[in-house]
Design a protein around this ligand. Structure first.
Ligand code: NI
Length: 202
């Protein structure tokens, strides 16, 4: 199964690169740091537009987790569109078994309302959360997610956030099962989701 996914992924990845290269070249300076250690996973509670939201609320579903920020010029839009592409392959019963959680590491600029709007552009199964700098850092720590703030010369932007861009897949029991590096093809994530659906139905 794993080998099949990798072979499929390699083919799709080449196509994706060609598709994305224009957008990536347009933005220089942002970089993607590696994960800090091996992500352990675990539960956390942050704020959504509807109030405090714990990852425990997603038990019974497969959860796609990602750390980023709404003003991200390139990396987050790519990741979210890949996540969306994988979700778009699912039928309605499957879609009821999965959710996406976008954690903003930039609570200074991302309100829960703007986060809800932002993730809503991508897919209705996505929820956006954030919290105090300390709460966000604690959540990121569980998943080895790294981020740092860099001033830019562009005064309108103010600063950019360089952040790791791993997409995590958490199973129905809350266990972290996959950590997909940036630009992992949607087909690979789709295969992993369906594997977890099958496990969950037995
Ligand atoms: Ni980003």
């Amino acid at each position: 199964m794993r080998m099949l996914l990798q072979v499929t992924g390699l083919v799709i990845l080449l196509a994706s690169w060609a598709h994305l290269s224009a957008g990536e070249n347009a933005v220089a300076g942002s970089s993607i740091p590696p994960l800090k250690g091996t992500p352990q996973g675990g539960d956390f509670t942050l704020l959504s537009k509807s109030g405090p939201l714990s990852t425990k609320a997603f038990r019974g579903k497969v959860l796609m987790l990602y750390f980023g920020y709404t003003q991200c010029p390139d990396v987050c839009p790519t990741s979210l569109s890949f996540m969306t592409q994988s979700l778009n392959e699912l039928d309605t019963p499957e879609l009821e078994k999965v959710a996406g959680l976008f954690v903003s590491v930039d609570p200074k600029r991302d309100s829960v309302t703007s986060l809800a709007d932002y993730v809503g552009y991508f897919h209705p199964n996505f929820v956006g959360v954030t919290g105090s700098a300390e709460a966000v850092a604690s959540a990121a720590e569980l998943y080895g997610a790294q981020y740092s703030f860099t001033q830019t010369n562009d005064s309108a932007m103010g600063y950019i956030v360089n952040h790791s861009a791993t997409i995590y897949l958490i199973d129905q029991a809350g266990v972290l099962r996959f950590a997909f590096p940036h630009e992992t093809p949607p087909e690979t994530m789709l295969g992993a989701m369906r594997m977890l659906f099958e496990e969950g139905s037995t």
